[in-house]
Design a protein around this ligand. Sequence first.
Ligand SMILES: *[C@@H]1O[C@H](CO)[C@@H](O)[C@H](O)[C@H]1NC(C)=O
Ligand SMILES: *[C@@H]1O[C@H](CO)[C@@H](O)[C@H](O)[C@H]1NC(C)=O
Ligand SMILES: *[C@@H]1O[C@H](CO)[C@@H](O)[C@H](O)[C@H]1NC(C)=O
Length: 354
Amino acid sequence: MKVYLIFITFGNLLHLFECVKKDIVFVVDRSGSLTSDDINGTIDFIYNVTSYLDIGSDNVKISIVSFNDEVHTEIKFNDYSTKEELLIAIANLKGMSTNGGTYTYDALNHVRNSTLTSDGARDDAEKLVVVMTDGASIDLVATIAMADKLRNDLSAELFSIAVGSKPDQIEIDGIANDPDNYYVHSVSDFLYLCNMIPSLVPKLDEGAVANVASDCPVEPGVTTEAAAVIEETDSSSSNWVWILAAILGAILIILLLICCILFLKKKKRKPKEKTETYKNIEFSTSRPKVQGKAISFRESSILSNNGWTSGVNKELVESSIYNLNRESTASLSSVMYRDMFQFKPESKQNQWVE
Ligand SMILES: *[C@@H]1O[C@H](CO)[C@@H](O)[C@H](O)[C@H]1NC(C)=O
Ligand SMILES: *[C@@H]1O[C@H](CO)[C@@H](O)[C@H](O)[C@H]1NC(C)=O
Ligand SMILES: *[C@@H]1O[C@H](CO)[C@@H](O)[C@H](O)[C@H]1NC(C)=O
């Protein structure tokens, strides 16, 4: 418990020294396509987001601009000095009327001309713009061009929050900074705005942490962002495990096959019957030399003169050896046997020992 408290205090201290000034403008679509419920949902959302931020003259300040055919500044950065007053003012925006067209370009122009340059904006604050809309603006090209101007002229960071199925994705992505997967948020209905609060709040104020409200309805067919991230890393890591296992398995099978082939080959080479193998048998008139089981007759001068004869049959070799065994000088002066030849000695006589 003590350790826990120390950590909390330490975190708060860090937070105090952080002192990142941020001017955040919410740009709220109030065109005719929105219902009173939708506007109330939007205001609830901004209220809840703001409640998680570190509001103060050295920290975060909030402004709210609404638009349809016209642009209205609802709350300026310097209208309220405390978070409590600010939250009450935001709550009072509920019930705002909706009508007219989606002049997003005008709203962004207003943000550039007034909200972020006067209206209590601080020169030394980072500038963030959160655009909330349910439909395509009447001028996509001009809207994106003005968003770019805000980025270039004021170094503003723009977020898009698209609600419903009507927003033009090109416009939504064009308004937002890059990468879109960080700056663009979409939900299918105002009802589900509450789901994006935990991911949006830390992007607006690094130190802030927010949870999903317990009564927040889950959007059908959409996994929550946190769950999606876990699922993604899970499936990608398990994919890797499977791929590795498959490679190892394949290597093992190949090694086993190679072993089997080598083993079978070795087995094949082994003669089944007990026979003796005579290699490079050369016959000459000189004394025979016996090396182990291979009989070879060296100094084959006569034979090399006469040339080699291969393919000698078994009987001939057998009888030759028998003859050589009996008489110390050989008579087989014209025969050489080079190739491997196998035969079964009939008697011990055929075993030569020097
Ligand atoms: C929106 O909020 C206002 C103010 O709280 C309320 O009067 C109005 O009935 C709400 N609209 C809906 C559709 O609930
Ligand atoms: C606002 O912006 C427009 C277009 O960028 C410009 O023509 C106009 O002079 C600006 N107004 C103010 C009051 O700065
Ligand atoms: C705002 O927060 C309240 C209290 O947690 C919650 O009941 C409500 O659903 C939230 N609304 C939105 C839009 O976030």
